[in-house]
Design a protein around this ligand. Structure first.
Ligand SMILES: [Zn+2]
Length: 177
């Protein structure tokens, strides 16, 4: 499967989750995980680890999220969404009995890892809502990103990145410079 297919699949799956579970922002990720039969554990790990996805025979798949104080709530949400992406994408592509993905802060991002990030971004910040909030907050530019990030339950960093991706310009061109 090519990289492009991974990305398409990630987008399709995120859209499907919103539609079938009738999600509202901020997306209730625990509910998404529960619907998929996933066990989610919050544990304290060393700071380098964000989380992991583990599947073994005869037991529900497990997602672990690092709940260390160095991982803000928004970061944990992104990790959980990313791990749900591992579950869904693995299921679509092949179906091995044993599967393990460890997500750390470092390391080169493979095509699959990028697709899981893509899934997470779309699950947390669907395009139509991002566009409508962006327009709605037109008159409140100084706080727009912060307000949107809090509505979606994401970091302002992730919010800015998503806005850039969608070509929504944060800077008023009329100001010049
Ligand atoms: Zn991953």
């Amino acid at each position: 499967m090519s990289g492009l297919h991974f990305e398409d699949e990630a987008e399709r799956l995120a859209y499907k989750a919103w539609r079938t579970l009738k999600l509202e922002p901020p997306a209730d990720l625990d509910r998404v995980a529960e619907k998929l039969g996933l066990v989610v554990e919050y544990r304290e790990f060393v700071p380098q680890i964000d989380g992991f996805y583990l599947r073994l025979p005869h037991t529900p798949p497990i997602i672990a999220v690092n709940s260390s104080y160095v991982k803000p709530l928004e970061r944990r949400r992104f990790t959980l969404a990313h791990e749900i992406g591992h579950h869904l994408l693995a299921r679509r592509i092949s179906n091995p009995e044993r599967l393990f993905f460890l997500d750390t802060e470092r390391g080169r991002r493979s095509v699959l890892e990028r697709a899981c990030d893509r899934f997470a971004a779309l699950l947390l910040m669907p395009e139509d809502l991002v566009r409508s909030y962006f327009a709605e907050l037109e008159s409140n530019r100084s706080k727009r990103v912060a307000v949107m990030a809090s509505r979606f339950g994401v970091s302002t960093w992730a919010m800015r990145r998503r806005l850039r991706e969608l070509g929504l310009n944060l800077w008023d061109k009329r100001r010049g410079g």
